[in-house]
Design a binder for this molecule. Structure first.
Ligand code: ZN
Ligand code: ZN
Ligand code: FE
Length: 755
């Protein structure tokens, strides 16, 4: 006989871990106890040594699906002679257990809400230890009901019994609720007058949506605007009201079978759709979809993909079942504002957008958007990290001080490190509206208290005009800048658990360089304590500065003016008026508001403009997206060329001049756009490999918004592998600027050891 003592750290609280241990002990016929501690779970079991060995293995192998074990310690001791097995009272102390993300409805709960005999039949707020709201309802830790937005609801006798019974699926389920004692639905008109309640509200919402109405629905982490996906009219009205011309809308489908009839779905994509995170998954549209129902062409015009998700709360399940067909479920906001979370606020902010409001009385503690993922190079890549992922930490190999990272500007997030965990806030959005800045302020002021930590220093982007920079510098904490593209590389390293040395490729639209120019096509040797910019794209100027970031045609004029006296001759003729051309020429000649850039993203803009695909961007990265879609299935190894060149003592330069000349030749001879686009992408991939071959570092980290481009990411990864390199792509941290904040922290940990 022996006694096994296990201490388990990670996301092991509020996930049914103790009941799981209780049942496991029962099935192994061992005695002992289990309890929560400040850092996780601790347990002791007594039995024969071989049994204990298998028990220990089973703990890790059969753990609840949504729990995450970060580390386990095992100790074998002399037995003390326990009788039976018990769940003991929690041991207090310093709180380090992880806050969990919101988790999609589990199969057991789904079965209950569909069962007319069950007391939770059609109850939209059903949840259990294995599923339901977490991050979106937590005000502070430890995670107990009074610390959540469920504090105002008092459990009825039946719910309390479930809550207190160790063998019950709802043992210590903090948001436990039923129709008797929990939150309920109401359908409101514009002025907040109640039109219907509970099940009636749900039914009337469904029929309004089927009638082509737009309904603002309060969900888990905020409001959606929901309308019928098959109706051109409804979708166009939504576009007009939201002020969103072509940016794709996300869809919610009643079932995964229905998704398969509209989209191509691989096994991995299927698993992502049905995962506890339940994100929006970007899927290829099927050319000849097998369903008799259609989807409006205005959902994602000119885009071969659809962003789709499955219902992830009982409310969404019941609503979609009632509607029986896919709906547009886009975030409840005006263009780029953060998602709306409060019903009173919704009446104000969304009254011009929605016809009706389906609301409920469970407050949302913080906005949490739907996450977006896609499969790239055979793996999951998170493009927007929010519901289901936030606030789970990434792990570093070493402990650090508490560091706060302010992030950048677009798609912004904050991050905070405690010990060797890096916590990333939910997606906040573009810091361009007062609402976004307010949301940023809220996250800034609450992130430390949420984790009971106090930051020792703060890291920010070098851009002097970013609002995030201002917050960092004025915070009163010791503040240190990290260059934007270096932060991108460290973000991908953290994401993949890598330490220096390696080669970092950092390609995006814009970032402030250490020399005050705009960077974006960068290569870094990341050493143990230093970083060297080993290469970059050849620079060109952007007439109009900020404006040129939104207008690919300006980038085109800027680049082409480096090669030709009459740059306008090489883009479609009607793009600029004669007068505008003269103004642009003068700007460039006199170097007025025409900053220099080495951005790869802007090079995409130039080519998209030359090909007539996009002259002004409606949203960030649109021109690059259109250029990616233009490849449209062409398979070729044909490529243009980027040439490597250097002035001694300076970084290598990837020169696009011959590539641009070849594109002009191909346009003149009438080559297909798809072919030109494929050759362009192939040239970029070759260019990356040629720099990798120069430096010789085997591991090549690919980061920055450009690597959301599936063709570029996969082509580059393939080529690198073929030539003996190991490509590293993003997984759980976005390659775009949503990943800057955690990257800033990991950069600081590696580079500022003595600060
Ligand atoms: Zn459940
Ligand atoms: Zn109840
Ligand atoms: Fe960036």
């Amino acid at each position: 006989m022996k006694r096994l003592r296990m201490e388990i750290h990670g996301a092991v609280q509020g996930v049914g871990f103790r009941p799981f241990i209780y049942r496991l002990a029962d099935s192994f016929d061992v005695t002992g106890w289990v309890c929560n501690t400040a850092r996780g779970v601790i347990l002791e079991v007594e039995g024969e040594e071989t049994v204990l060995l298998r028990f220990g293995e089973a703990v890790e192998k059969e753990k609840p699906a949504i729990s995450i074990i970060q580390d386990v310690t095992r100790e074998y001791l002399e037995p003390v002679g326990y009788n039976g097995f018990e769940i003991r009272k929690s041991i207090g102390g310093e709180r380090k257990a992880l806050v969990l993300p919101d988790i999609s409805t589990c199969d057991d709960c789904l079965e209950e809400i569909m069962d007319p005999e069950n007391r939770r039949y059609r109850y939209p707020f059903t949840n259990c230890t294995n599923c339901g709201p977490r991050y979106s309802i937590i005000n502070s830790i430890p995670y107990d009901r009074p610390a959540t937005t469920m504090a105002g609801f008092h459990m009825c006798k039946k719910c309390l019994e479930e809550y207190e019974s160790p063998s019950n699926r709802r043992f210590h389920t903090q948001p436990n609720a039923c129709p008797e004692c929990g939150p309920h639905l109401e359908l409101w008109d514009h002025s907040g007058i109640i039109l219907a309640e509970r099940n009636e509200a749900l039914k009337r919402t469904a029929s309004a949506i089927l009638d082509g109405k737009i309904v603002a629905v309060k969900g888990l982490g905020g409001f959606h605007l929901i309308t019928l996906a098959s109706s051109d009219k409804a979708v166009l009205i939504l576009r007009e009201r939201k002020g969103r011309k072509t940016k794709p809308f996300a869809l919610m489908f009643p079932s995964s079978d229905m998704i398969s009839s509209f989209c191509e779905v691989s096994e991995m994509e299927q698993n992502l759709l049905r995962s506890p995170e339940s994100p929006i998954v970007l899927l290829k549209k099927r050319e000849d979809h097998g369903s008799s129902k259609k989807l409006s062409d205005f959902i994602s015009p000119g885009n071969p993909d659809l962003g789709v998700m499955l219902p992830y709360t009982p409310l969404h399940h019941l609503l979609l079942q009632e509607i029986g067909e896919p709906v547009v479920a886009t975030s409840g906001n005006l263009s780029d504002e953060p998602i709306c979370t409060d019903e009173k606020e919704a009446l104000r902010r969304l009254s011009g957008l929605a016809d009706l409001f389906l609301i409920h009385n469970r407050p949302i503690a913080r906005h949490v958007d739907d996450s977006i993922v896609r499969v790239v190079d055979g793996r999951e890549m998170v493009l927007r990290r929010a519901r289901g992922y936030a606030p789970l930490p990434l792990r570093m190999n070493e402990e650090s001080d508490a560091i706060l990272a302010a992030g950048a500007h677009l798609k912004n997030t904050l991050a905070l490190s405690i010990g060797n965990n890096v916590f990333i806030s939910q997606h906040i959005g573009d810091m361009e509206t007062p609402q976004a800045v307010k949301a940023y302020e809220e996250v800034w002021s609450s992130i430390e208290s949420l984790y009971h930590a106090k930051a020792d220093k703060v890291i920010y982007d070098m851009h002097p005009d970013y609002i995030s920079t201002k917050y960092a510098v004025e915070s009163g904490l010791p503040a240190f800048p990290v260059q934007h593209h270096i932060a991108h590389v460290f973000s991908c390293m953290l994401d993949n658990g890598l330490n220096p040395p390696l080669l970092g490729v950092s390609w995006d639209g814009t970032g402030y360089g250490t020399d005050g120019t705009i960077w974006g096509g960068e290569f870094f040797y990341i050493g143990k304590e230093s970083v060297e910019r080993v290469a970059h794209m050849r620079t060109f100027r952007l007439p109009g500065g900020e404006k040129a970031i939104r207008e690919p045609r300006r980038a085109a004029i800027g680049l082409l003016s480096e090669m030709f006296d009459d740059p306008a001759a090489y883009i479609p003729s009607d793009v600029f008026s004669k007068k505008e051309n003269i103004v642009l020429k003068r700007m460039l000649k006199n170097d007025l508001n025409s900053p220099s850039t080495s951005s790869a993203g802007r090079l995409f803009d130039v080519v998209a403009s030359m090909l007539g695909l996009c002259q002004t961007n409606e949203f960030e990265g649109q021109a690059a997206m259109l250029l990616e879609y233009a490849v449209a299935g062409v398979e070729t190894d044909d490529s243009y060329h980027l040439l490597l060149d250097r002035i001694a003592g300076k970084p290598w330069i990837l020169d696009w001049e011959s590539l641009i000349n070849d594109i002009i030749k191909d346009i003149t001879t009438g080559e297909k756009t798809s072919m030109i686009s494929a050759r362009f992408h192939n040239a970029l991939a070759e260019g990356i490999v040629s720099v990798a071959e120069l430096t010789g570092e085997k591991r090549v980290v690919l980061s920055g918004g450009c690597f959301q481009n599936v063709y570029l990411a996969e082509r580059t990864a393939d080529l690198l592998r073929k030539r003996g390199f190991t490509p590293v792509l993003h997984r759980k941290i976005p390659p775009n600027d949503g990943g800057i904040a955690p990257g800033q922290i990991f950069a600081a940990v590696n580079l500022f050891k003595n600060k």
